[in-house]
Design a protein around this ligand. Structure first.
Ligand code: SF4
Length: 362
């Protein structure tokens, strides 16, 4: 028997350098492909929080912790974090200083996303095929939405490059429904987004929301509930203007004359001279997602999305991976890869015999 230290030395040394765990994971995915368990009609993506091996009592406030100071006497997990400071899945995911940082595992994110007690966590991200729930890719990231959305793109690209698979649709929850992400799916990847639109334009004070204004794409204008038009420009400028605001939107304005004489003004813009409606540069991608929502295909794919949630429930309850045993981004990645490999092997074992010819299973 090898000495116990051989396992950890190999894991930190030659296993990581050779990327053997990813190779193992992808080999199992290939077996699933060969067995016909992946239809690639639709994929589902989601993330789940896994508690990190980091203690709140030993944490410091985010404002006090500095990467520069941590460089001196940095342990392995800190060195790993410093190496991914510019990585979109970790350091570059958000410029916001976290409330607390664990000096022993600074990549772990202090999060209250479970609505209960806040804790240090990583996110494990799964991209699955919705036919049989085979995990096609897995990625460990910081436990924040921006990193999780970035991971979904990384996994879709990697699955296409590695296995030549691109889905007809992607199903996900509203965390993935920003205009920017929908535009990437619709325009760049040509994947139908079965995703609820992330839209904060609904007003709660009783005045008309943007949804009450009808978009006329051909005329490049909105039509208000009173039937008047809202346009970007009401005169021609000697130097043409882009009309794009610093928030990446175009502003459509009603005319003061129309609004002054309008019976609906109190329900529309009681505190402004005329109504303005902003339109995101990628609103057309949002419109594609809105048009898909509510269709029978959408309802079917929403139901199929539950497979990814069931995999996370299995991961935590049966495989007991509610808390990571290893620290640092590489530890989170290794554990996520191993767990996803085990889940795929289980799926392969469960589904494969019924697909083999009777003579081979006898
Ligand atoms: S207030 Fe102006 S924008 Fe609003 S409904 Fe009346 S005319 Fe249309």
């Amino acid at each position: 028997m090898p000495d116990h230290s051989s396992f950890s030395k190999n894991r930190h040394g030659r296993f990581r350098q050779s990327d053997i765990l990813r190779h193992l994971f992808e080999t199992v995915v290939e077996r699933c492909l060969v067995q016909g368990l992946v239809g690639a009609e639709g994929f589902a993506v989601d993330a789940s929080l896994i508690a990190a091996d980091a203690n709140k009592q030993r944490s410091v406030s985010g404002a006090e912790w500095s990467a520069q100071e941590a460089k001196e006497n940095a342990g392995r997990s800190v060195q790993e974090y410093l190496a991914v400071l510019d990585d979109a899945a970790f350091g570059a995911a958000s410029p916001v200083t976290p409330k607390f940082v664990s000096p022993s595992d600074p990549a772990a994110q202090w999060t209250g996303a479970h609505k209960g007690h806040a804790f240090f966590a990583y996110a494990t991200n799964y991209l699955i095929d919705t036919d049989h729930g085979v995990i096609l890719d897995v990625e460990a990231t910081r436990a924040i939405r921006q990193a999780e959305v970035g991971a979904s793109r990384t996994m879709i690209d990697r699955t296409e490059n590695r296995f030549g698979l691109k889905p007809g649709y992607l199903v996900a929850d509203s965390a993935y429904g920003s205009a920017d992400n929908l535009a990437w799916l619709v325009k760049e990847k040509e994947i139908a987004p079965h995703i609820p639109v992330f839209d904060k334009s609904n007003r709660t004070d009783g005045t008309f929301s943007r949804a009450n204004f009808n978009w006329d794409g051909e005329g490049d204008r909105y039509i208000c509930p009173a039937g008047k038009e809202l346009v970007q420009f009401r005169r021609t400028y000697a130097t043409p203007r882009s009309g794009i605001t610093s928030e990446g939107t175009r502003l459509y304005r009603a005319s003061k004359k129309d609004c002054d004489a309008c019976e609906l003004k109190q329900r529309c813009c009681p505190n402004a001279v005329a109504r303005k409606v902003p339109r995101d540069l990628n609103e057309d991608a949002r419109d594609v997602a809105r048009a898909i929502a509510g269709t029978p295909d959408y309802e079917r794919s929403r139901h199929r999305r539950k497979k990814v949630e069931m995999l996370f429930a299995h991961l935590k309850r049966i495989l007991r991976m509610a808390r990571l045993r290893l620290r640092g981004p590489c530890g989170a990645r290794d554990e996520s890869l191993l767990a996803a490999t085990a889940q795929n092997l289980r799926r392969l074992a469960k589904l494969r015999p019924s697909r083999l010819p009777a003579a081979m299973t006898a």
